[in-house]
Design a binder for this molecule. Structure first.
Ligand code: ADP
Length: 403
C-alpha cells in the first residue's frame, strides 16, 4: 500500500468528515468537532516529529557522506552545467588548488586552469585528461569527468605521478637495452658478412646464412624498438617540424614499392588527389606511410593490387593504403596497433615482420594530431587510413617557372 502524506491526509479528512456527520446526526455536533480537531492536531504533531527526525537523519547522512569523500585521496569536485565548481573535497586543495570554505561560498573556479578549461569546454570525456597539478608542479594528474543527475558533473582527479615514473622507467629501460644491443649486433653482422664470403668455409655456409638472416632480423627489431621508444619519450618540438611535401614523398615511396613489387608481382597504384602538404616531421611521416605500404606488400599474395591515395575533404587530409589481400578478422582490429600483436603470427614471422610496425604508425600519427583507421573484411582486403586534421595542412609553394 502506498503511504504518502497526501494520501494519509485524504484518509484522515474522510474519517473526520464521517465522525462529524455521525456526531451531527446524534446531536453532538460540538463534541464531534472538538474530538476531530484534537485528533487532527495529534496527527499533525506526529507528522511533524516524523519530519524532524527524518531531516536530522538526512543531515547526518550528508555529513557522513561528505566526511567519507573528504577522506578520499583523489580530488572530487562537483561541477554545474556552467562548469563552475559547487563543491569539492579536501584533496581538491592539494591536487587542484581549489578550496571549499562553507555551504554558501563556491570553491574557486577550475576554469582558471587553461588545459582543464579546454577539456571541460570540449565536453569529450571518453579519454581522461593528463596534466600537471596546478597546485604542485611535481604532481601529474589524471582527470575524469562523468555526468550525473540532470545538471551536475563529477570531476575526479587522481595523482598518477608514481605510475608515470614507472612508465618512464619502462620506456627508458627498453630504449637503453635496444641502444646497448645495437653495437654488438652490428659487429656480429659484419663478421657474418665476411664469413659468408669465405670459399674455404663452404660447408658452414648454410649455417652462416641463417645466422646472418636472424641477425638482420634482430637488428631490425632493435631499430624499431629504439624508434618506438624515441617516439614515446621525446616530445615533437616545433623546430623539428617543417612543411612536408607529401605528394613528393609519396612519389618516392611509390617508386620504392614498385621496385619491391617487381619481385613479388604486385600491382601498385598511386592516386594523389590533393596538392596539399603537411606540417610535421618528414622522416617520421615517411616511416609511417612506408610501413603501411610494406605491410600491404607483405600480407597480400602475388598479383594483388595495392592502391596508395592522398586526398582531402572538409574535415581533414588523408593518406590511405588499400589492398585486396587476405583481410583481418574483426576480433583483431582493435588490438592491431599494440606492440607485438599479430593477427597472423606465422605469416608475420616468415615475412620478417617485427610486430612493431603499426605501433610506430599509431605513435607517429598521434604526434601529428592524427589517428589511424583500419577497415578490413576477411578474404577481401584491408584499408589503412591515416587521418590528419585540417590544422595540419600546409599549402605547398608552387615550383618557380622553369624549375
Ligand atoms: P608486423 O611486423 O608483424 O607486420 P605490424 O604492427 O606492422 O607488425 O602489423 C601487425 C599485424 O597486423 C601483422 O602481424 C598482421 O597480422 C596484420 N596486418 C598488418 N597489415 C596487414 C595487411 N595489409 N593485411 C593483412 N594483415 C595485416
Amino acid at each position: 500500500m502506498i503511504k504518502t502524506p497526501l494520501w494519509q491526509l485524504i484518509v484522515l479528512t474522510c474519517i473526520l468528515a464521517v465522525v462529524v456527520s455521525v456526531a451531527w446526526q446524534l446531536g453532538y455536533l460540538l463534541m464531534g468537532l472538538c474530538l476531530s480537531s484534537v485528533a487532527y492536531l495529534i496527527w499533525f504533531a506526529w507528522q511533524w516529529r516524523y519530519l524532524i527526525r527524518r531531516g536530522a537523519r538526512l543531515r547526518s547522512t550528508i555529513v557522513e557522506f561528505r566526511q567519507a569523500i573528504d577522506a578520499f585521496p583523489d580530488a572530487v569536485v562537483i561541477l554545474n552545467l556552467e562548469n563552475e565548481a559547487v563543491w569539492c573535497n579536501n584533496a581538491a586543495a592539494s591536487l587542484l588548488g581549489v578550496h571549499y570554505s562553507g555551504d554558501y561560498k563556491p570553491p574557486s573556479s577550475l576554469l582558471q586552469i587553461p588545459k582543464l578549461k579546454r577539456y571541460l569546454l570540449r565536453q569529450e570525456y571518453d579519454e581522461p585528461l593528463e596534466m600537471t597539478s596546478p597546485a604542485d608542479k611535481k604532481i601529474t594528474l589524471s582527470i575524469r569527468v562523468v555526468a550525473y543527475g540532470e545538471a551536475y558533473y563529477l570531476l575526479v582527479a587522481r595523482d598518477i605521478t608514481h605510475l608515470q615514473k614507472l612508465e618512464q622507467m619502462r620506456r627508458d629501460f627498453v630504449g637503453n637495452v635496444s641502444h646497448e644491443m645495437r653495437t654488438p649486433l652490428t659487429v656480429i653482422y659484419g663478421y657474418l658478412d665476411t664469413l659468408l664470403e669465405q670459399p674455404d668455409l663452404e660447408t658452414w655456409q648454410p649455417v652462416f646464412a641463417q645466422m646472418h638472416q636472424q641477425t638482420a632480423r634482430m637488428t631490425r627489431l632493435v631499430g624499431d624498438l629504439l624508434l618506438l621508444s624515441r617516439l614515446e619519450t621525446h616530445q615533437l618540438s616545433e623546430e623539428q617540424q617543417e612543411e612536408v611535401n607529401i605528394p613528393e614523398l609519396l612519389a618516392d615511396i611509390y617508386n620504392e614499392a614498385q621496385m619491391l613489387a617487381k619481385a613479388s608481382a604486385h600491382h601498385v597504384t598511386l592516386d594523389v588527389k590533393s596538392k596539399l602538404g603537411l606540417h610535421g616531421k618528414p622522416d617520421e611521416l615517411r616511416s609511417a606511410f612506408s610501413n603501411l605500404v610494406i605491410n600491404a606488400l607483405r600480407y597480400s599474395p602475388p598479383e594483388s593490387t595495392i592502391q596508395i591515395r592522398w586526398f582531402d575533404d572538409e574535415n581533414g587530409i588523408y593518406f590511405e593504403v588499400e589492398d585486396n589481400g587476405p583481410g583481418i578478422a574483426p576480433k583483431h582490429l582493435p588490438r592491431l596497433t599494440e606492440r607485438f600483436y599479430r593477427a597472423d603470427t606465422a605469416r608475420s614471422r616468415t615475412t620478417g615482420g617485427t610486430g612493431l610496425g603499426l605501433a610506430i604508425v599509431k605513435h607517429v600519427l598521434l604526434r601529428h594530431d592524427g589517428h589511424l583507421e583500419i577497415h578490413s573484411i576477411l578474404g577481401e582486403g584491408s584499408t589503412f587510413t591515416c587521418c590528419f586534421p585540417r590544422e595540419r595542412i600546409k599549402k605547398l609553394e608552387e615550383p618557380a617557372a622553369g624549375a
